[in-house]
Design a protein around this ligand. Structure first.
Ligand code: ZN
Length: 113
């Protein structure tokens, strides 16, 4: 059974790999767009590239957010406040932590957000 810390580090490594791949993908799309000199607004191909670029950027932002979330969870682990809801101070709950080890809030607070 892996410790919570190991679990978080594994998740973090996975998120980083995903972010790096998305970053490359994003660079590739940008390069393709500039090579073809497509016009995002009027060229159908350009519109597709623009959409892909937006989509990839959103996924990349998500991955980076996840890394930040995991970093914060590791920080709380070191402070000894891991598993305590950052909003209301109640336990986050074992089930929730099992499903989302980086969860910073309990189910109730996550719902309010
Ligand atoms: Zn809470």
């Amino acid at each position: 059974m892996a410790t919570t810390r190991e679990l978080l580090l594994t998740e973090r490594a996975r998120a980083r790999t995903r972010a790096a791949a998305l970053d490359r993908e994003f660079a590739g799309i940008a390069a393709a767009a500039s090579e073809e000199g497509t016009d995002d607004e009027h060229d159908p191909e350009g519109a597709t590239l623009a959409f892909e670029r937006q989509h990839t950027a959103a996924l990349l932002a998500q991955a980076l957010e996840q890394i930040a979330e995991i970093d914060a969870a590791i920080g709380r682990l070191e402070e000894g406040t891991y598993g305590v809801c950052v909003r209301c101070g109640q336990p986050v709950g074992q089930d929730r932590l099992a499903a989302r080890p980086a969860a910073a809030t309990c189910v109730q607070c996550a719902r309010v957000k």
